[in-house]
Design a protein around this ligand. Structure first.
Ligand code: MF3
Ligand code: CO
Length: 254
């Protein structure tokens, strides 16, 4: 079931989204050569705690996982692209880090992700980061009243295909509201003009993740969570929670 939110409810979601944005900024600022992933999880925990927000990630166990998620952020390095568990790994110069974070405040949830390089940014990484962020923006731009979910999916997928990146329709975007994962599902590729019609009040997360190697094959680590390219190529992931409004898409996790 798809729930439309009132303007007041969208304001409340923007407050939750602001906590997510603060946590991502704090993690980005703290991510440096030699810093351990577990320490970045602690940074995010501190931001959520100070805001009085809960983590929708901590203890989460969707059907694909065989254990509850142990962190408040997903930290995926290099060939890992989604759902990386915060470990004692210490970041190295040139690592590509994807950070995914959620927050629940006053019963409303925000969900967002950023990717960046620690220290030096390689040329190929710079292009991957730029194109994945551009796909997120293209998806957001397509999320206007009267358009369809397929328009968002097609906008995201077109950027990956043009760039020659590996694209999977597993683990795409989703409705967000009282909980992190609601209807509708928003695949990272699809056919324009198909699917649910978007209306003002719809709140969704759009989250492209691309693999630089051009192949969409991934595997999951023994931890049951971490998604990795099979060819060792790097991945990037960007996500915002947005509201469809009569005035156009509004980013709630800025
Ligand atoms: N942004 C991710 C998603 O929408 C967050 C889920 S990761 C988990 O699927 F750790 F919470 F499971
Ligand atoms: Co999400």
């Amino acid at each position: 079931m798809v729930e439309l939110k009132t303007p007041g409810e969208i304001e409340a979601m923007a407050a939750a989204g602001a906590v997510v944005a603060r946590a991502l900024t704090a993690v980005r600022d703290a991510a440096d050569v030699g810093v351990r992933l577990v320490d970045l999880d602690e940074v995010a925990r501190g931001v959520l705690k100070d805001a009085g927000a809960a983590s929708p990630f901590l203890g989460y166990q969707p059907s694909f996982a065989n254990s509850p998620y142990p962190g408040v952020v997903c930290l995926s390095v290099n060939d890992a692209v989604l759902h990386g568990i915060p470990s004692r790994y210490a970041l190295q110069d040139g690592d590509l880090l994807s950070v995914d974070c959620g927050a629940t405040l006053d019963g409303w949830t925000g969900d967002a992700a950023i990717s960046f390089c620690v220290g030096r940014t390689g040329e190929q990484d710079a292009r991957l980061l730029e194109r994945t962020a551009a796909a997120l923006q293209a998806g957001i731009d397509a999320a206007v009243p009267g358009a369809r979910v397929g328009d968002v999916s097609a906008a995201v997928g077109a950027v990956a295909r043009t760039a020659g990146y590996g694209l999977s329709t597993d683990f795409g975007g989703h409705g967000v509201g009282h909980t992190m994962h609601e209807d509708p599902h928003i695949a990272n590729d699809g056919r324009a003009g198909r699917g649910l019609r978007l209306r003002a009040g719809l709140t969704i997360a759009i989250e492209p993740w691309f693999l630089a190697g051009g192949v969409n094959a991934y595997r999951v680590d023994d931890d049951g969570w971490t998604l990795r390219s099979t060819d060792g190529s790097r991945g990037a992931h960007f996500e915002h929670t947005i509201a469809v409004t009569e005035d156009g898409p509004r980013i709630l996790t800025r």
